[in-house]
Design a protein around this ligand. Structure first.
Ligand code: PMP
Length: 377
């Protein structure tokens, strides 16, 4: 079995899982309970939250735990719109956003908000001049993904954040789900940041929203006390502790992992380039972890299925999108419907071996030969 879909989910690091187990065995008290057992769990949460906060240069009060990046993104779009609707009803999101941003923005559109999509240029980057054109007096939120889930384009988040400083009514959010643990971005001027640790070898079922002090929002989940007033529910001590552990491991090894994956990426790209009917959708602004290409004339789903039959697992696009629809992100970049209908995503990890890449490339060639024999290419 060769798994090349690490952008969708990663296996839990054993160290993180062991830590999760240890914390759940030792600190099972409800952290909201005032007795000693509860206080001990709360202490673990506080320590973990302080460490996570330190990694992002924020204070522990600015960290909110959710069930995943989808919930964090919903909270940002819906919560900011509700909180600041008296300042304006216009929001801007990029054309490379994950469905959890687009769908939340659509909900707000149905409630009377105006939503604009900011396009990307040929390199796949948000053009600040285009963003400037869309900004209105009643704009309250701009949301730009740090690294998108399909083409892995790294957006100029620092530059956009600095530019938006001149607009005090606008809150700036970035979805950093595909960025954390892969690429260094300075988030100091960003008001809201979302991510989830299952993308960097952490546990599934928890997400993070960093909400800076200068920004407020209306919670979407109401109830009892939690780590903050913004998201109710009993805080899950081992999940929170494991975010800290996974983040620590990911950030410590980030540079080595990046450089290792870069070499694997070069091997695959060089191989794909020998086929003139294959179009590489990545630009030089993509992270090496995410390879996106289209085989002209071959529907993504069909090729992914051929590989699956040979025990190789890649993705057609982000796993949260409906099957059989073209990739919106590849279309946003290339403006080419056929490329969007035939795009494939191979996502790599420091766990991917050179032997796996050898097998993948051999099998890939075999599949292409089969298609040729059948007269499909
Ligand atoms: N944003 C991006 C960019 C993602 O890639 C994903 C996961 N595919 C999400 C948000 C949603 O994350 P989660 O699975 O934690 O809800």
């Amino acid at each position: 079995m060769i798994y090349l879909d690490y952008a969708a989910n990663t296996p839990i690091d054993k160290e993180v899982l062991d830590y999760y187990y240890e914390i759940s065995q030792k600190y099972y008290g409800n952290p909201n309970s005032v007795h000693k057992i509860g206080r001990a769990a709360k202490e673990i949460i506080d320590k973990a939250t302080e460490n996570i906060a330190k990694n992002f240069g924020v204070s522990k009060e600015e960290i909110i735990y959710t069930s995943g990046a989808t919930e964090s993104n919903n909270m940002v779009i819906k919560g900011i719109c509700e909180r600041y609707k008296n300042n304006g009803k216009h929001i801007i999101v990029s054309s490379l956003e994950h469905n959890s941003i687009i769908a939340s923005a659509t909900v707000m559109q149905d409630k009377g908000f105006d939503v604009d999509l900011v396009p990307v240029n040929k390199e796949g980057l948000i053009d600040i001049e285009e963003l400037k054109k869309l900004i209105r007096k009643d704009t309250i939120l701009v949301s730009i993904v740090s690294v998108d889930s399909e083409i892995g384009l790294v957006q100029p988040i620092e530059e956009i954040a600095k530019f938006l400083r001149d607009y005090p009514n606008i809150h700036f959010h970035t979805d950093a789900t595909q960025a954390v643990g892969k690429v260094k971005i300075d988030y100091s001027d960003v008001d809201l940041i979302t991510f989830s640790p299952h993308k960097f070898y952490g546990v599934n079922g928890i997400g993070v929203l960093i909400k800076k002090k200068n920004t407020n929002l209306i919670p979407i989940i109401s109830g009892g006390k939690s780590t903050t007033v913004y998201r109710s529910g009993t805080p899950v001590t081992p999940l929170i502790a494991s975010v800290d552990k996974a983040l620590d491991i990911a950030l410590t090894n980030q540079e080595n992992r990046y450089n290792y994956v870069l070499e694997l990426n070069k091997r695959i790209i060089n191989h794909l380039k020998k086929y003139d009917y294959i179009h590489i959708n990545n630009t030089d602004k993509s992270i090496p972890f995410t390879i996106n290409f289209s085989i002209r004339g071959i529907h993504s789903k069909d090729f992914a299925k051929m590989l699956e039959e040979k025990d190789i697992y890649i993705s057609t696009k982000t796993s949260c999108c409906p099957e059989n629809t073209p990739s919106k992100l590849v279309y946003a970049l290339t403006k080419d419907k056929s490329l969007a209908a035939t795009s494939l995503r191979v996502s790599l990890s420091h766990l991917t071996t050179n032997e796996e890449i050898n097998s993948f490339l051999n099998t890939f060639d075999e599949c292409i030969e089969e298609l040729k024999k059948d007269g499909k290419i």
